[in-house]
Every structure is written in structure tokens, then in C-alpha cells.
Design a protein around this ligand. Structure first.
Ligand code: BDR
Ligand code: CA
Length: 310
């Protein structure tokens, strides 16, 4: 069993990541924290609580965190995820209350209370909360088992030619998180652009016949149209679920250790995750990048987890 804290900005793919984390028999979802990103903090937090209500996620804390990046101006991804941040399905009212703590404080409290090396952080959004937590309480860094994040890409970006949205949303926070010294695995666009919700995959999920399966179908319907019109994708990539899937089953991804630097000053390359792939990683390298994905294995995990949510 792997204990994770999911730090997210739901977001259609974040919603699927939440469902995978809750439904997986090998993941213990310890908390869900939210950060600005796909929409404003209040909207993505409402969405996280709405997804929890749909799936019956209960007994864990939900906390809201940063409403803006550390240094730069707030930018959201409303084009992709709609006005609400989760356009498509009707969301029910929240069934759990929000924890009063800031997300960074909740992360610190949970990591400090758990035995060393047991909690994995899974950020699927801007890295602001994680960076704040590491700065506020550096003792969490050696206590966290690993950070497995969706963000970046060594082969190019989606928000700019060089940068992926989650990293560009707060590059200084990404710089802190990638450089903190804890093990970081980057599940970037190189692999998540292959995790596509094709009609076959969606049909398998719909065939489960549950309310959660219908919810996923509605989510993917909206997401497909936005990816078609904004990026010319035939099917939408369910980025964030890939990071959770890797924690559940490391065989889903092929990973390689490599130094990763976050570009903070480039004219055209701000927010780029520059991976140094020249030969073997130097001793002491704490960052890894995902280079391959077993797509059927990934979808089998997601579908199985959704099937378990009744
Ligand atoms: C990432 O950006 C967000 O819009 C998605 O939820 C995902 O985390 C993909 O670049
Ligand atoms: Ca996200």
C-alpha cells in the first residue's frame, strides 16, 4: 500500500487522478490539496469537493492552498477546462468540509506525523503548495518517500513551445521542488500525451454502468472537444492520472535518472524542464524523467479503480 497526498487543480484529468487514487486497491489516499491552475483556487477547490461527492470520497482532509504563483502573475487554463474548471458534468454540492489549514500546512502536518519514507507527494498542478511546504518546514524533505509529479516534458511544451502548463504556471516553485533533494519523478508530456482517452477506453469505462463511470464519460466528452479545438488532438490526454498510476504500479512507466533544470530566465524558454541526457546521470542526481509508458497497463489500472468505486 502506498500513501499519497494528491495536490491538484481539478481539472478534468485531475478528477480522473482523484478517482484512480481513491479506487486503487494499492493506494492509500491520505489527503487532497488544491492550488490555483486550471481555474482560480476557489473554483478548483469546489471541483475537488464535487468530485469527492460524486465518488463518495470521505474520511480524509481536503485543504486549499496557494491562490497565485510565488513570483509571477496568475494565469489559468480556462480555455481547456471551461469557466468552472470542470465543465461538462453537473457537480453535486460538497459532502465533506474543507480543512481550515493552508494546504502547505496540512502537507507538513501529515508528513511530520507519518513515519519517515512513507508519504509520497503527487502534485498534478503548479508546484506552489509543495514549494511552500518545503520552505516552511524543510524537515519534510528527507521524510517524504518521493515526489511523483505531472508536469514538464523533456521533448517540448504545450503552453509554449518549450514549457508545460504546470511548470510555467509557477516556474520558481518548480525550481524549488526539483532542486529540494528529495527524489522527484517527472511524468511529463513525453508520456502523458500518449495516455489518450480513446473511444475504446471510454467505452470500457461506460460499460461499468456506475454513476462514477457516467461522470468520467461526461468529463471526457468536454475534454475531447477542448483538446480538439485548442490543440488538434483527436482524443484527450488524461495527464494527471499517469502520475498516480506510476505510484500504484511502477511498471506503467519507464524512467531514467537525469538532472533537470527549470528555466527561469529564457526569453522563449521560461518554464522549460531542461533534462541533461548526456550519458549516465552524475552521482547525487535526485531527479528522474519518464521516457516510456505502457498504455494498456495504464488504462487497466484506471478502469479497475473506477470499477471499485460504488
Ligand atoms: C497539465 O495542465 C493542466 O491543465 C492539466 O490538468 C495537467 O495537470 C497538462 O499540461
Ligand atoms: Ca492538473
Amino acid at each position: 500500500m502506498r500513501s499519497i497526498i494528491l495536490d491538484c487543480d481539478p481539472g478534468h484529468d485531475d478528477a480522473v487522478a482523484m478517482l484512480l487514487a481513491w479506487g486503487s486497491p494499492v493506494i492509500d489516499l491520505v489527503a487532497v490539496t488544491t492550488v490555483f491552475g486550471n481555474q482560480t483556487l476557489d473554483r478548483v477547490t469546489r471541483n475537488a469537493l464535487g468530485v469527492a461527492a460524486v465518488a463518495g470520497i470521505h474520511g480524509i482532509p481536503f485543504a486549499a492552498g496557494a491562490d497565485r504563483p510565488l513570483v509571477r502573475e496568475l494565469a489559468t487554463a480556462g480555455d481547456f477546462h471551461g469557466e468552472s474548471g470542470l465543465d461538462g458534468p453537473e457537480l453535486p454540492a460538497a459532502s465533506v468540509a474543507l480543512d481550515p489549514r493552508h494546504a502547505a500546512q496540512l502537507i507538513i502536518d501529515l508528513v511530520m506525523a507519518a513515519p519517515t519514507g512513507t508519504i509520497t507527494l503527487v502534485p498534478t498542478a503548479a508546484l506552489t503548495n509543495i514549494a511552500l511546504a518545503a520552505r516552511l518546514e524543510p524537515r519534510i524533505v528527507p521524510r517524504v518517500r518521493e515526489v511523483v509529479l505531472m508536469g514538464g516534458g523533456y521533448g517540448g511544451g504545450n503552453w509554449t513551445a518549450a514549457a508545460e502548463f504546470n511548470i510555467l504556471a509557477d516556474p520558481e516553485a518548480a525550481h524549488i521542488v526539483f532542486g529540494a533533494g528529495w527524489p522527484v519523478t517527472m511524468a511529463g508530456l513525453d508520456v502523458t500525451h500518449r495516455a489518450l482517452a480513446t473511444p475504446d477506453v471510454v467505452a470500457d469505462i461506460v460499460a461499468l454502468g456506475t454513476p462514477v463511470a457516467r461522470f468520467v464519460d461526461e468529463l471526457m466528452g468536454f475534454f475531447r472537444e477542448s483538446y480538439r479545438s485548442h490543440q488538434g488532438f483527436e482524443h484527450p490526454p488524461v495527464h494527471d492520472a499517469v502520475a498516480v498510476a506510476y505510484v500504484a504500479d511502477p511498471a506503467v512507466l519507464t524512467v531514467r535518472r537525469a538532472p533537470v533544470s527549470i528555466e527561469l530566465t529564457g526569453t522563449h524558454t521560461l518554464g522549460m524542464t531542461l533534462a541533461d541526457l548526456r550519458g549516465p546521470a552524475p552521482d547525487g542526481t535526485t531527479t528522474s524523467i519518464a521516457t516510456g509508458i505502457d498504455v494498456p497497463r495504464f488504462w487497466a489500472l484506471v478502469t479497475d479503480a473506477i470499477a471499485r468505486i460504488r
